[in-house]
Write a protein that binds this ligand. Sequence first.
Ligand SMILES: [Zn+2]
Length: 107
Amino acid sequence: MLEIHSIDGRNCPVITCDMCGECLDHVGAAAVVFQNFSPPGSKLRLLHVHKGSIDGKTCHREAEALLGTDGAAVGWQEMRAFLTDLISNAGFPPADALDYESRHSPE
Ligand SMILES: [Zn+2]
């Protein structure tokens, strides 16, 4: 889930795990689980989760079970790839994001 958290007086966008509610603050330990193999034009439900069983988490497996009820096909994508695709599909290619970050990050 996308949320805004107030941290040290600043509004900070974060992604939280849809299964356990904790912040997903390590991109390599996060994934997106979604319904898969749907007709073209479908809008698919997705869940942001802790990936695999890193640190003993079961969020990934729980999300696959939740979306796969009734035998529905379920897929998943590494959070790193998902975020890259997401900002590209929003018209903000990763190269532009790097340029923006270099011009707007606090010193
Ligand atoms: Zn989790």
